[in-house]
Ligand binder design. Sequence first.
Ligand code: GDP
Ligand code: MN
Length: 378
Amino acid sequence: MKLHEYQSKQMFSKYGIPIPKGRVASTALDARHIAEELGGRVVIKSQVLVGGRGKAGGIKVAKSAEEAEALATQILSMEIKGLPVRKVLVDEAAAIEQEIYLGITNDRAAKKPVIMCSAAGGVDIEEVARTNPEKIIKVHINPLIGIKDYQTRDVAAGIDLPRENWKQFGEILRALWQVYVDTDATLAEINPLIINKERKLVALDGKMLIDDNALFRHPELSEMRDTDEDAPSEVEARKYGLTFIKLDGNIGCMVNGAGLAMASMDILKFFGGEPANFLDIGGGAGADKVAAAMRIILSDPSVKAILFNIFGGITRCDEVAKGILAAMADVKPKVPMVVRLVGTNAEEGRAMLANANMITAETLADAAQKAVAAAKGA
Ligand code: GDP
Ligand code: MN
């Protein structure tokens, strides 16, 4: 889950990282009032969950409260990379001496978190990584030990940070690490971290990604979720506690268990098919959840066939059958459906589906081949 800039910066601020004074506004008039409070010279920043807002015209500096209102009107009517701007952050304008990139993320290859830092901040870090990889300093963190002083010094020295800023830089880096750990983030990034005219470091932009699988521990963060950029089907699936990811293929998949879902997708591909989604209905899913999952799959017009692959353990096959029948009565699917049920109450489940006009299969290979053929209209 992505946090907005203003949410990330508020989080940073709680941990002692300096941020500009400012507040978020949903109307141009609010923006004007905030600008008045801040003394007129402000930046108006679109709050959308994409990068490169600056380049897209979504960040503008105003010299007065009137201008702030006019710019806010303009930015609030924009769409940036397909996303509507619903809020703007009105921040005290900063005078920038230098822009630094500072981020912490997981390095999967190293199996450790990594600090990334560059004196070439402000711009897209992926761009720097492509064109000038030597300008990015990387220092790994032992998650059990945390950040040691020599590491903050290594990073500061690596980017040629002026000596007078080292102490404050160390404090900011430690604070960023603490936010990262406490929120179960997969990314905590400040770009740019600036040196201002008073020679102090300030976090001008913030970005955080929170691990979805850890959100149950952070109800206050879950509430911050902005679903604007998510596929509607994924938003709907989340409501029912389904793990659903939309894909580009045409065979809808309903499977219980993430591993089995992966295996089902692999085998579909092996037989020349393309899955339309990843879907794990989870262990012990009842009829309601199954019906919801089926409605979500069927709401995708590119779905030409559905594969049900249910391995009944905690999940009971008769419950799954009940859900399928309920959803069928409701949405009247027109696509062929292949079903493979094994395990707990499979007999009962199959009996319930006997008259449901479904294609039955014994093994996963058999089911996958039948689904691929059905999707091709064979
Ligand atoms: P992004 O383009 O979405 O990453 O948004 P940022 O918040 O990083 O802003 C992009 C750029 O706008 C920054 O790198 C700065 O150069 C500039 N910028 C942002 N806020 C201010 C400000 O208060 N004063 C000045 N002078 N420039 C700013
Ligand atoms: Mn930025």
